[in-house]
Design a protein around this ligand. Structure first.
Ligand code: SF4
Ligand code: SF4
Length: 292
C-alpha cells in the first residue's frame, strides 16, 4: 500500500501547510505511548510546536493530559477541532477503544456530554474525527490491534482504531489508518511518521505504507522474541531456531537518537509490535527453557 503524491483528496489544505491541530485521544492503555512521544528528541514534538522542521507546519497539540485546558475548556477545544474551526486536524489515538455498553465498564472513556446530556463515548469522538481529520494515526499496539487490553482473560471488550473504522476507511486526505505498533513504539518513529505525513499532505513526498498501514521504511527491520542477554549467553540451552520473525524499527533505530532499545542493550524482545504478542510471544522472551 503506497499512497502516492497525486492521491490526495482533501480540499481543506493550503499549500504550504502552515498549521495543523494534532488531536490526541486516549483509550484503554497505560499512556506509555504519550511518554514515548515526549521522549523523542531528534526531532521532538517541540520542534513541531515551534516550526523548526523545514516544510513541516507548526503544530498545536490537544492532549487530555498535556493540554493546559481542562474540563469545559478542553471540551470546547475538541468541539472547535471537530467542527473544523481550528483548521486542518490530524487525529492520534493511543490505547484501545472500549465497547461502550452504557454501564460502568466504559465510564472512564467517555468525554463530555451531548446536547441531550448523554455521555459521549471515545468511539463517538473517534467517529466524528474520522470524517473531519486529514489523517488518523494509531500509536501503540493497543490502538493498532487491541494489544494488552485485548489479551486472553481481559474482562474488557476493545477494538483497534482500524477495526472501529473498517477495512475500506480512508481519511479526508485519502489515507487509510496509519499504524505505528509497539508497546510502546519509539517516539522518534512517531515524530518521523508525522513529519512524513505533513510533507505528504503538501504533496512533497509519497507516504509509503505497508499492507498493515505501517510506515514501510520503519517496519522493514526484522527481529525475534528473545530472552534478555541471549547474545551474551549462547549456552543457556534455548532453542532459538524457528522463532517467529517480526518487524520493528528498534533493532535499527534504537530507542532515541540511535541509542538504547530493548534487545539492543541486552534486554528481551517481547515481540511487542505484533497484535497478539501478549498471548503468543511473551513466553518466548523468558530465559527459563522450561517455558519455551
Ligand atoms: S501500546 Fe503499550 S505503551 Fe502504548 S498505551 Fe498500550 S500498553 Fe501502554
Ligand atoms: S525490539 Fe522487540 S520488544 Fe523492543 S520494541 Fe521491537 S518488538 Fe518490541
Amino acid at each position: 500500500m503506497s499512497s502516492e503524491v497525486p492521491s490526495l483528496q482533501s480540499d481543506s489544505l493550503s499549500n504550504p501547510l502552515e498549521h495543523v491541530t494534532l488531536v490526541w485521544l486516549s483509550g484503554v492503555g497505560c499512556n506509555g505511548c504519550t511518554l514515548a512521544m515526549l521522549e523523542a528528541s531528534n526531532p521532538g514534538i517541540e520542534d513541531l510546536f515551534f516550526g523548526n522542521i523545514p516544510d513541516a507546519p507548526r503544530v498545536t497539540l490537544i492532549h487530555p493530559e498535556l493540554s493546559m485546558e481542562s474540563g469545559v475548556d478542553f471540551l470546547a477545544m475538541l468541539d472547535r477541532a471537530v467542527d473544523g474551526r481550528l483548521g486542518p486536524v490530524v487525529l492520534v489515538l493511543e490505547g484501545a477503544i472500549p465497547e461502550d455498553r452504557g454501564d460502568a465498564s466504559g465510564a472512564g472513556y467517555r468525554i463530555g456530554r451531548g446536547k441531550d446530556g448523554h455521555p459521549l463515548s471515545l468511539s463517538w469522538w473517534v467517529e466524528q474525527f474520522a470524517s473531519q481529520a486529514e489523517a488518523l494515526i494509531a500509536i501503540g499496539t493497543c490502538a493498532t490491534a487491541g494489544g494488552l487490553p485485548n489479551a486472553l482473560g481481559s474482562p474488557l471488550q476493545v477494538r483497534s482504531l482500524g477495526d472501529l473504522l473498517g477495512p475500506g476507511f480512508v481519511s479526508r486526505a485519502g489515507l487509510p489508518v496509519i499504524n505505528i505498533p509497539g508497546c510502546a513504539p519509539p517516539g522518534e518513529a512517531f515524530i518521523e511518521t508525522l513529519t512524513y505525513l505533513f510533507l505528504h499532505l503538501q504533496q512533497l513526498v509519497p507516504l509509503d505504507l505497508d499492507d498493515e498501514g505501517r510506515p514501510r521504511w520503519l517496519y522493514l527491520h526484522e527481529t525475534s522474541p528473545l530472552p534478555p542477554r541471549v547474545e551474551f549467553s549462547p549456552a543457556i540451552g534455548l532453542d532459538l531456531s524457528n522463532r517467529p520473525v517480526i518487524h520493528c524499527p528498534v533493532p535499527s533505530t534504537g530507542w532515541m537518537r540511535k541509542l538504547g532499545g530493548c534487545a539492543r542493550v541486552g534486554g528481551s524482545c517481547i515481540g511487542c509490535t505484533e497484535p497478539d504478542f501478549a498471548d503468543r510471544l511473551l513466553a518466548l522472551a523468558r530465559p527459563d527453557p522450561a517455558v519455551n
